[in-house]
Design a protein around this ligand. Sequence first.
Ligand SMILES: [Ca+2]
Length: 176
Amino acid sequence: MSGLNKGVGKVEVTLKWDPSPVGAPPHDLDLVAGVYTADDPYGSAAYLVHFDSRSPDGTITLNRESRTGQGFGYDEALTLELDRLAPRYARVVVGVAIQQGGGRLTFGAVANTGVRIREGYTELASHDFADAADCTAATIAEFTRDGSNAWSYRPLRRGFDADPQTFTTVMGAPPA
Ligand SMILES: [Ca+2]
C-alpha cells in the first residue's frame, strides 16, 4: 500500500529480521524516529527516539528492542502517539539503521527483513527493503502535521549509505 493517509493518531511500527548465520557477528537493526519542529521541519531533529534515546514526553516509545533478530515475529516495535505530540512538533521521520560493528552490512545481506506500519488494525504499509538492498540505513515513513492539526502519513523510502549515528543527522533532510 502507498499513498496519503490523513488523520492518523496512534501508530505502531514493527521491524523484523532473521539472525545472522551461526558464527557470524550478530545482525542488529534499529528503529529510529526523528522529531522535527514546525520552525525547522527539514533541519536538525529536535529529538530522536531509538534504543539509546527516549522521547522527553513519552509520546514515542520503543517498546521492544533486539540486538540479534532472534525469536519469532517482530523484533523491534515503536509506538508513536502523534495526537499527543506538542504543537511545536510538525514532522516525524521513521527509519531503520543497521549497526556496522562487524564491517559494512547492507539490507541485502540481512535475511527476511520486513517492516510494517499500522494504526490499530489498519495496515498503512509494509515493506521488505528490497529497494534498499545496497544501503545500510533507510527512511520508511514520514508523518506531518498540517494547519488543521491533523497528522498525515506518507511513505518515505530513501536509502542511505551511513552508519546509525550519521543516519540520525541526515534522515530528516529534504528530498533531493
Ligand atoms: Ca536493535
